[in-house]
Design a protein around this ligand. Structure first.
Ligand code: CDT
Length: 302
């Protein structure tokens, strides 16, 4: 057996006035708790270092760019990396990234995977960037991710924690392709961070189903690909906007083996045996034996 003790590092709200340093203190406290529970790795949410700023239409570029990290680690986040190395625990962390590409500054919604030595072993830039591009004042709040983030280019996997690990971010978890592309590369465990407002302005009739759709997506992704999925929220009421919590660890069987029960900062430990993937990957979801990619062409066409 290859056991990975996975801590769900769910965050409660981060308000606009909360400094990076104060958020990193919360993340460090959770990392210590995860370590005391025996965790090998702690999974934090998407955009964990700041409030979920795509809820606002921000015209001033300097003001907008205050929400992004120009380097990682940086002065504010270094304590988290130092603590990881001291405790010998890895982490997944989502944040807004401002990347210098030639003369251009490119904005990404990013997650990193950090190993037990405090070294970054993987970086993922969100591919399914949801919401809208233009200011839509009719909404109670904006969801301007399409304006603020350029989509990433690939779903990769990494050798970490004794297995093959992939990453995704929030809206990616609703798309079967996200999990499948990583599973085709052998993913045994996928980490996902999310911020999901309860209210979805274009389809308010779905508001009551928001927790159900979250869990449905993650359970299906895990089962259909024979892999573990840890999906972790930033939940609660942030700047007046309520977001779902419901962080989960799902087994390759599709069963929920651990979940958070509050909407605040909460650490819950789950025990993931990576060898439990094999029976699914060898039988029902033996991709080599049973897939028919020759019939799936439409999926890769625009
Ligand atoms: N952060 C993120 O991707 N949130 C979306 C909200 C719904 S789309 C406006 C999600 O899929 O959970």
């Amino acid at each position: 057996t290859r056991i990975v003790n996975v801590a769900l590092g769910q965050l409660g709200p981060v308000q606009k006035a909360d400094s990076r340093a104060s958020v990193v203190r919360r993340l460090c406290a959770m990392m210590r708790e995860a370590h005391s529970l025996g965790a090998d790795v702690i999974v934090y949410p998407e955009l964990a270092l700041t409030t979920f700023f795509p809820r606002w239409y921000i015209e001033d570029v300097a003001e907008l760019h205050r929400y992004y990290e120009r380097s990682m680690p940086n002065a504010d986040t270094q304590p988290l990396f130092d603590l990881a190395r001291t405790l010998g625990i890895g982490f997944y962390l989502g944040y807004a990234e401002l990347a210098e590409e030639g003369a251009a500054l490119v904005q990404y919604n990013t997650a990193i995977l950090v190993d037990r030595t405090g070294s970054i072993v993987g970086k993922y830039r969100k591919i399914h960037v949801p919401g809208h591009f233009e200011h839509e004042p009719w909404r109670q709040f904006q969801h301007l991710e399409k304006r603020y983030f350029t989509p990433g280019k690939s779903f990769d996997v990494y050798q970490a924690f004794g297995g093959t690990v992939g990453m995704a971010l929030c809206n990616d978890r609703r798309w079967a392709e996200s999990y499948r592309v990583m599973a085709l590369q052998g993913a045994e465990m996928i980490f996902i961070g999310y911020n999901t407002p309860v209210h979805n302005a274009p389809a308010p009739q779905h508001d009551d189903l928001s927790l159900f759709h979250n869990q449905l997506s993650v359970q299906a992704g895990a089962y259909q690909n024979g892999c573990w999925v840890a999906s972790v929220a930033k939940g609660g009421v942030e700047e007046g906007v309520d977001s779902i919590a419901g962080s989960l660890l799902v087994a390759p069987s599709g069963e929920v083996v651990a979940r958070c029960v509050t909407k605040g900062d909460e650490v819950v430990l789950g025990r993931a045996d990576l060898d439990f993937c094999a029976v699914y990957k060898r039988t029902t979801f033996n991709f080599d034996l049973h897939r028919h990619p020759e019939c799936y062409g439409l999926i890769t066409q625009k």
